[in-house]
Ligand binder design. Structure first.
Ligand code: FAD
Length: 396
């Protein structure tokens, strides 16, 4: 029987190419050699591993989606999912650092930027010489991102930015930040615009560094803008289109959070599979109990289901399709499933799951952000419902 599938939406992700297998092997070897030995210490000290992040740049993992003519690796979303999953299986903090840099900050400049902006910033970002951040959330507007209060007022050839952004990944280490601010009041989301702000710009500084439950080695910082003067050539995209562009960027970004969830859950499942064969109770390995086997079977099945939704979104995104619904579904299901898998992994370790000598307590803490960042699970459900009911967004 001949399969009626378009070439761009093929079964290829289930049968990785030799190049994809090679990429996976390289990232795995790198993560085992350079990340794994340090993960606990970075987590304990809440230390951002800048040297390791620079190494990721040299491997091409900070320009995954960027074409070679701009200095990137020129890979697609399926490769990107694989990269974020592999890194997150060893350290979710590295996963979120890579995700915020690639699919949020860098991608927004690449997608919405002028040719001049692309030429100026993308090669620096794709090589990892510079790190990017993306600042939408504010203390008073998270889920309701269109309710942002930060302002950008045009004055001659400049915009003057005032306001505070919160929970910004890579915030204090980023060399360049994409910031969303209000340029016109009273017109809802069409009054928001995006700006490229470089580190060291007068009136721009990082505020508090958050002390977090998990992903402690990733940087999550407040960003403060006080009469920060940005040249008008740093307006990113058309004035008033910043929110619309931000939502497009999140369609891709959510795929990377789903990939991060896959990685963290896989790390926890692998640790549990090893432990249940070693741990003996009632005279046998706990892997021999049917209760244990059924837990593991459910964990593995749900993880594969999450991976398929994530790969579907990645394949469609790569094929140039709009993936608002598919990426929200992938992120919702992968995030919720990963939290469940990490919870079960801790349970399978018993008391040893609760102490820091074993890896599962960290997976359990790290994974929770997957149901929160880039839109909570409730917001993903809103997006999916809106798409399937064809409702209009409530703002703007
Ligand atoms: C580690 C980390 C990294 C992050 N990185 C970034 C970043 O790089 N850039 C950035 O801009 N932001 C970032 N964020 C912010 C993140 O996107 C927000 O935290 C998230 O969107 C939720 O917003 P909030 O925290 O204000 O929660 P709120 O919006 O206050 O939500 C609180 C609760 O209310 C629920 N809720 C809200 N509205 C509704 C509704 N209409 N219906 C039903 N339930 C609702 C939510 O689902 C949630 O359960 C990061 C957050 C974290 C924790």
């Amino acid at each position: 029987m001949k399969l009626e599938v378009e070439p761009a939406v093929s079964l290829q992700p289930f049968l990785p190419t030799e190049e994809q297998e090679q990429l996976r092997r390289e990232i795995r070897a790198f993560a085992a050699r350079e990340l794994a030995p340090n993960v606990s210490a970075w987590d304990e000290a809440a230390e951002f591993p800048l040297a390791a992040v620079r190494q990721l740049g040299r491997l091409g993992l900070l320009g995954v989606l960027i074409p070679p003519e701009y200095g990137g690796a020129g890979l697609g979303y399926v490769d990107y999912v694989q990269a974020v999953e592999e890194l997150s299986a060893v350290d979710g903090s590295i996963g979120i650092t890579v995700a915020a840099h690639n699919s949020l900050g860098t991608n927004h400049i690449f997608i919405a930027g002028t040719e001049e902006q692309r030429r100026k910033y993308i090669p620096l970002l794709a090589s990892g010489e510079w790190l990017a951040a993306w600042a939408l959330t504010e203390p008073g507007s998270g889920s309701d991102a269109g309710g942002a209060r930060a302002t950008a007022v045009r004055k001659g050839g400049r915009y003057i930015l005032n306001g505070t952004k919160t929970f910004i990944t890579n915030g204090r280490y980023a060399d360049v930040v994409v910031v969303i601010a209000v340029t016109e009041k009273g017109v809802g989301t069409h009054g928001l615009s995006a700006f490229i702000v470089e580190k060291g710009t007068k009136g721009f500084r990082p505020g508090r560094k958050e002390n977090k439950l998990g992903l402690r080695a990733s940087d999550t910082s407040e960003l403060i803008f006080e009469d920060c003067e940005v040249p008008s050539e740093n307006l990113l995209g058309a004035e008033g289109e910043g929110f619309v562009d931000a939502m497009r960027i999140l369609d891709g970004g959510r795929i990377s959070i789903a990939a991060m969830a896959l990685g963290i859950a896989r790390g926890a499942l692998d640790a549990a599979l090893k432990y249940v064969k070693e741990r003996r109770q009632f005279g046998k390995a706990i892997a021999e109990f049917q209760g244990t086997q059924w837990k593991l079977a459910d964990m593995a099945t749900e993880l594969d289901a999450a991976r398929m939704l994530t790969l579907r979104a990645a394949v469609l995104k790569e094929a140039g399709r709009k993936v608002t619904r598919e990426s929200a579904m992938a992120k919702l299901f992968a995030g919720e499933t990963a939290v469940k898998i990490c919870n079960e992994a801790v349970q399978l370790f018993g008391g040893y799951g609760f102490i820091k000598d074993y890896p599962v307590e960290k997976y359990y803490r790290d994974v929770k952000v997957c149901t929160i960042g880039e839109g909570t699970s409730e917001i993903q459900r809103m997006v999916i419902a809106r798409e399937i009911l064809k409702l209009q967004p409530s703002r703007g």
